[in-house]
Design a protein around this ligand. Structure first.
Ligand SMILES: [Zn+2]
Length: 198
């Protein structure tokens, strides 16, 4: 997953976002099949706004573009100082399938943000917070939330093992028991021995 931070020229300086106040992650689409973040920046400035309002933008090829980043966005009315807005390129009112690369980047970014926003309450579509159809009826919200839930399943299992006293090194497993990861034989061996005692 590529994360880029282009330089945008803002009409006025951005205001830092207090991460501990972020309660919501708001999901958007630009309602355009293709749109570069630079184009959106121009569109938003043409409206008389400061510039691209999203905190970050995910292209269809999975590239993550930091826009306002950890500064207060202009993406969800009355919610900007307590939310973080992620916009996914496309028009998900018409496009029925989100490209896999984009979907995967979105899930990865949400996992990452969940660790940063300690008081996060909800990841929701823009329409949940305002009078809009954004991010479109085909936006794969349930699939995204299911992918995150699957992650919780693993974390919860680790906690269970740890509470039973059967796992001496949950941090090791959290780090290494991942897709494409490699686990050391002695750790796997101990785990098998512990599992047999259950
Ligand atoms: Zn929106």
């Amino acid at each position: 997953m590529q994360v880029i931070t282009p330089k945008f020229n803002w009409q006025s300086p951005l205001v830092p976002l207090n991460l501990s106040k972020v309660l919501f992650v708001v999901l958007h689409h630009p309602a355009a099949f293709t749109a570069t973040p630079e184009q959106i920046h121009q569109w938003h400035q043409a409206n008389g706004w400061n510039g691209i309002g999203y905190n970050e933008y995910i292209r269809k090829d999975g590239t993550v573009v930091i826009c306002r980043g950890d500064h207060i966005g202009a993406q969800c009315e009355n919610m900007n100082s307590k939310s973080y807005g992620i916009c996914c390129e496309g028009n998900y009112d018409i496009e029925t399938k989100m490209p896999e690369a984009q979907f995967n980047s979105l899930v990865e970014r949400l996992k990452y943000h969940k660790t940063r926003f300690k008081n996060l309450r909800e990841i929701g579509p823009h329409k949940r917070f305002g009078n809009t159809a954004c991010p479109g009826k085909y936006f794969p919200l349930q699939q995204v939330l299911a992918a995150l839930e699957k992650d919780n399943e693993f974390e919860n299992a680790l906690k269970t093992w740890q509470s039973k006293g059967d796992m001496a090194s949950p941090d090791y497993w959290a780090k290494n028991a991942v897709k494409g990861g490699l686990c050391k034989g002695e750790f796997v061996r101990q785990l098998i021995i512990n599992a047999a005692k259950q």
